[in-house]
Design a protein around this ligand. Structure first.
Ligand SMILES: Cc1cc2nc3c(=O)[nH]c(=O)nc-3n(C[C@H](O)[C@H](O)[C@H](O)COP(=O)(O)OP(=O)(O)OC[C@H]3O[C@@H](n4cnc5c(N)ncnc54)[C@H](O)[C@@H]3O)c2cc1C
Length: 428
């Protein structure tokens, strides 16, 4: 099948690799003129890593990032509320990987270039609209004018401001602000706790997240990704992944957060650049698939970056897409199957993240013991914390049983068909 993917982000690249591996004839169309390693840290949960493992990529990605050992929640006094092992350290067959988003994207892109051919990724092609029900006629703007691409299937993996989503839901408007701002950065620092720990401290109004995304170098330092988060009533402007700001906007709110095991003010001071990003998502949609077109990743279900799910859910979409296509007689049937498998599941995560997902234990600790505690058992009933964590894992689909079932549909299949045809659009 000729498949056109819009967007060479995380979801688009993994989709290209997986669909080409099944024998489909794939091209990726990306708006930017040059793909560069943008972003800061991102996490790949075990279910997503299982899919990448099937593509032969998990080992390399693990070596470029960190196999996360544990996730630990603290109150704003630096006292431990709850912690759990993660990835292989929790008995999963694959690791949880913390990695720089740009490094991840570049590695995926490298694999697409190597396996599909460099010419299969068309940069500088901004998707404008899709017409038809299969074959699809997709229109793109390029530096030298508009072109039309014909394909049997079109996948909109074009991120939170998806043009395909906008075409399907013209009234939807901008993403929905969640009343909090995230300041994101990386700093070089000494390993803390296990050296591979992800920590969250504070509560809903004032929170700090930190985790390493590189190995320790010969000076004993590693790259530590961090996010400072505060409640702010007014959204500061439309969200942009690369908006740099002065750290003095928020740093004083964390000035006293020098815990024995992590010096947060020093971490904030050590960053070269700080990026501002408002907490935004969108309401779940009633449908993603329209005939032979569909949405994937942030285009389909942008969610708060809570529970480390953004990239992971995009990768799980790919797994379901490949399974949906396998055995379906038409593109429309395949995409309806994909949507049935993924839309309700991701809608639940979007909503769970609005309730702070697994992080709700921090807010509960703040409300029950604002001045701290001597013993966590005085704050939470037996089994309460375990139940919160288990509930979210079930919603997000990374119970150990669920992980075991992933990736199995990625089988090299039919021979490649001819390329999607590209024609000059004389009407543009
Ligand atoms: C520049 C950037 C930096 C980011 N940094 C972080 C980060 O530090 N931490 C984090 O957790 N998440 C970050 N994200 C978001 C994260 O990548 C996603 O939440 C997640 O990986 C899901 O990926 P996705 O493929 O659905 O979307 P994305 O990774 O956002 O990819 C979407 C792709 O579509 C392209 N695109 C958009 N519109 C069009 C169009 N009309 N035509 C063609 N192509 C189009 C974009 O240029 C982009 O390459 C970032 C996203 C971007 C785009």
């Amino acid at each position: 099948m000729k498949i056109c993917i819009v967007g060479a982000g995380i979801g688009g690249c993994v989709a290209a690799l997986s669909l080409a591996r099944c024998g489909h004839d794939v091209e990726v169309y990306e708006a930017v003129q040059q793909l560069t390693p943008l972003g800061v840290g991102i996490n790949l949960l075990p279910h997503a890593v299982q899919v990448l493992e099937e593509l032969g990529l998990s080992g390399t990605l693990e070596s470029l990032g960190v196999a996360t050992r544990e996730l630990v929640y603290f109150n704003r006094h630096g006292q431990r509320i709850w912690g759990e092992s993660r990835g292989r350290f929790a008995g999963y067959p694959v690791p949880q990987i913390s990695i720089h988003r740009g490094v991840l994207q570049m590695e995926l892109l490298k694999a697409v270039h190597a396996r599909l051919g460099v010419e299969r990724v068309r940069i500088g092609h901004r998707f404008v609209s899709a017409e038809g029900n299969g074959p699809i006629r997709a229109r793109f703007m390029t530096g030298s004018g508009a072109i039309t691409v014909n394909a049997d299937m079109l996948i909109g993996a074009d991120g939170i401001h998806s043009r395909l989503r906008q075409q399907r839901y013209p009234q939807e408007g901008l993403p929905r602000y969640g009343g909090r701002i995230l300041w994101r950065a990386t700093s070089r620092g000494r390993p803390f706790l296990s050296g591979a720990s992800m920590i969250m401290a504070g509560h809903q109004q004032r929170k700090f997240v930190a985790y390493p995304i590189s190995a320790v170098d010969s000076d004993g330092l590693q790259t530590i990704n961090w996010i400072a988060e505060l409640s702010v009533e007014q959204m500061p402007g439309r969200e942009e992944w690369n908006k740099e700001v002065d750290r003095n906007v928020f740093a004083d709110q964390f000035a006293s957060w020098n815990f024995q095991w992590l010096d947060i003010p020093a971490l904030i001071a050590g960053a070269e650049r700080v990026y501002e990003f408002p907490l935004v998502d969108r309401d779940p949609l009633p449908a993603w698939s329209f005939g032979a077109t569909t949405l994937l990743g942030d285009a389909a279900h942008p969610m708060y970056p809570i529970g480390s799910n953004g990239a992971s859910q995009a990768i799980l979409d790919v797994d379901a897409l490949v399974k949906g296509i396998g055995g379906s007689s038409t593109a429309a049937i395949a995409l309806a199957r994909y949507e049935a498998a993924r839309l309700p599941a991701t809608a639940s995560i979007v909503l769970a993240n609005r309730g702070n997902g697994p992080e709700q234990c921090m807010q509960m600790a703040e409300e029950r013991a604002p001045d701290g505690f001597d013993r966590i058992q005085d704050v939470f009933a037996a089994g309460e914390l375990e139940a919160i964590a288990a509930r979210y894992k079930a919603v997000a689909g990374f119970s150990k049983e669920a992980v075991g079932a992933l990736g199995k549909a990625h089988r090299p299949g039919a021979p490649m068909a001819s390329q999607p045809t590209q024609t000059d659009d004389v009407s543009a």
